[in-house]
Design a protein around this ligand. Structure first.
Ligand code: HEM
Length: 173
C-alpha cells in the first residue's frame, strides 16, 4: 500500500468511526438518557436491552479505538510533513482536539461503561424479582442514573469540542 492509499484509508476509518462514536454519544446524552429517565421502568428496560443484550458499550469502544488509533497515525504522518509543523495553528488545533477526545474516551471507558452496566444489572434484578423495586433499589437506580447523566454530559461536551477542533484545524494559520 503506497502512502496515498494509506492516508486515504486512515482518513476514511478516522472520520467514519468518529462520526459513529460521537453521534451515538450525542444522541444518548441529550435524547436517549433523558427519555429513559422520564419513562421510568420501561425506559430502564430499553437501557438494559441496549447495554446487556445488544452490547452497545463494546461497539462504542470499538468505534472509539478506531478513531483514536487512526487519528494518532494521521497526526504522526502530518507531523513528518515539515520540521516546524508541530508549532503551526493547524497542529496545535488538531492536538487540542485529540487531547479533548482522549479525555472524553477515558471518561466513557472508566465512567460511563461500568455505570451503565451496573444500571442494566440492577434493572434486570428488579425485573427478575417480579415486584416493584424496594426503596433501596429505587435509590440506587436514581443515583446511578444521575451519575450516568453527569458523566455523559462531560464526555459528550468534550467530544463535541474535539469534533469542532478537528473541523477547523486545517484552516487555522
Ligand atoms: C472526537 C473524535 C474525533 C473526531 C470526530 C475527529 C474528526 C476528524 C475529521 C472530521 C477530520 C478531517 C479534518 C480535515 O481534513 O480538515 C480529522 C482529521 C484529523 N484528525 Fe481527528 N477526529 C477525532 C479524534 C482525533 C484524535 C484522537 C486524533 C489523534 C491525534 C486525531 C487526529 C487527526 C488528524 C492528525 C487529522 C488530520 C488528518 C489529515 O491530515 O488528513 N483526531 N478528524
Amino acid at each position: 500500500m503506497n502512502d496515498f492509499s494509506l492516508i486515504l484509508a486512515l482518513r476514511l476509518i478516522h472520520i467514519v468511526s468518529g462520526v459513529c462514536w460521537v453521534g451515538s454519544i450525542v444522541f444518548m446524552t441529550w435524547f436517549l438518557l433523558p427519555a429513559t429517565r422520564a419513562t421510568g421502568p420501561s425506559g430502564g428496560a430499553v437501557v438494559q436491552q441496549l447495554v446487556l443484550a445488544q452490547r452497545l458499550p463494546a461497539y462504542l469502544i470499538a468505534a472509539m479505538l478506531l478513531t483514536v488509533i487512526s487519528g494518532l497515525f494521521l497526526y504522526q504522518h502530518d507531523s513528518a510533513s515539515f520540521s516546524g509543523w508541530m508549532h503551526t495553528g493547524t497542529a496545535m488545533t488538531f492536538g487540542t482536539g485529540a487531547v479533548l477526545s482522549i479525555i472524553g474516551a477515558l471518561i466513557g471507558v472508566f465512567g460511563n461503561t461500568p455505570t451503565a452496566k451496573r444500571l442494566g444489572a440492577l434493572g434486570a434484578s428488579i425485573q427478575a424479582g417480579g415486584r416493584p423495586p424496594t426503596a433501596e433499589q429505587a435509590a440506587s437506580m436514581t443515583m446511578l442514573q444521575v451519575r450516568l447523566a453527569r458523566l455523559s454530559y462531560a464526555a459528550g461536551t468534550l467530544l463535541l469540542l474535539a469534533t469542532a477542533a478537528m473541523a477547523v484545524a486545517r484552516y487555522i494559520p
